[in-house]
Design a binder for this molecule. Sequence first.
Ligand code: ASP
Ligand code: MG
Length: 428
Amino acid sequence: MSLIVQKFGGSSVADAAGITRVARRVVATANAGNQVVVVVSAMGDTTDELLDLAAQITEDAPAREMDILLSAGERISMSLLAMAIDSLGARAQSFTGSQAGLMTDAFHGRARIVEVSPHRLQTTLDEGNIAIVAGFQGMSPQSRDITTLGRGGSDTTAVALAASLNADVCEIYTDVDGVYTADPRVVASAKKIDRISSEEMLELAASGAKVLHLRSVEYARRFGVPLHVRSSFSDHEGTWVIPNPDDTITIEKGEPLEQPIISGVAHDRSEAKVTVVGVPDIPGKAAQIFGIIAKAQSNIDMIVQNISTKGSGKTDISFTVPITESAAAMAALEAAQENVGFESIDFDEHIGKLSLIGAGMRSNPGVSFTFFEALHKAGVNVDMISTSEIRISIVTAADKLDTAVRAVHTAFDLDADSVATVYGGTGR
Ligand code: ASP
Ligand code: MG
């Protein structure tokens, strides 16, 4: 008997009909002789709506109360799904994150998993039930409070449970048929990827591909959990994320033995650009600036330092931060202006980041040329550049981002002949 963890995102359980459809799928998996653990997200845009509601009450909600509020979204979908399964004549029990044994640290809104003890899930499975778990939440044993893992965290709940229950596979059900060479909402000719290494998937997820939560990919790689990303609206085979590149993979007849050069193009609109203008060009200033940002708990992504204008002894340092963390970063920098000795700060939240990802690019010359030539021909101006061994990223104006993504996708011959299906969701 196999143990399968199935995770359904908000768009798969957006309404009663969706919940019933998911219930049928879960019951079919159980009837095929599998033990099934289901992780659900909140229905549709519930989490965003709860955030909007809280913002109407106060701009400064206590983090503890915010987590209790947000965790309610997943409780609604888990109990309704249990009812739907019951009405189909199968047996299911739903559990909150803490009931399922998901223990985290005490950082509200971005808690990290410290321990998973799924005894109650094991018991209910052994009794022949389907176990349903509320995604994206846990409990801190220290504070005894409910925590959430951060937006999109249900994927990580599913992978953590799959690892700890030693599941055969963790299936991530979403509103598209798998991982694509670009976001099918932006590039209609994007192609589904059949198989991708964890390494490339990590870069894609880190670069803004929203199909999988970054932490879930890291977790799956660490614990060797095979992920299968697929649609809850179709029976098509999705994308397999292969955890260990050393694992022998079966190559089907006729399949190329070498991986493609490029696996995909990701984009991200969630960051803002901060430029610290007129920084004294002497050793230690960058350390001072990034020390201030680190203290403000902001995560920095791309960094660029200009050469100092001749004779001025001053330089500009630009970097990107998540928009949600930018207010704290700006406040911390402003407070330190005199101490660091810079002239001013520029802030721009109308930027977009595009990343080209592919493990094959390290052994193929000319990738950068094709990339920048495509951007040039599309009239896209590049603001910042950063690279890794398997990624090139640029920052450009937000309103140029979609054009840039399509141009790069085409330049690397990633376009499919058919149009990708987006089954649901608002993309919010
Ligand atoms: N409902 C949460 C969110 O929208 C968690 C998730 O969907 O994974 O971020
Ligand atoms: Mg979600």
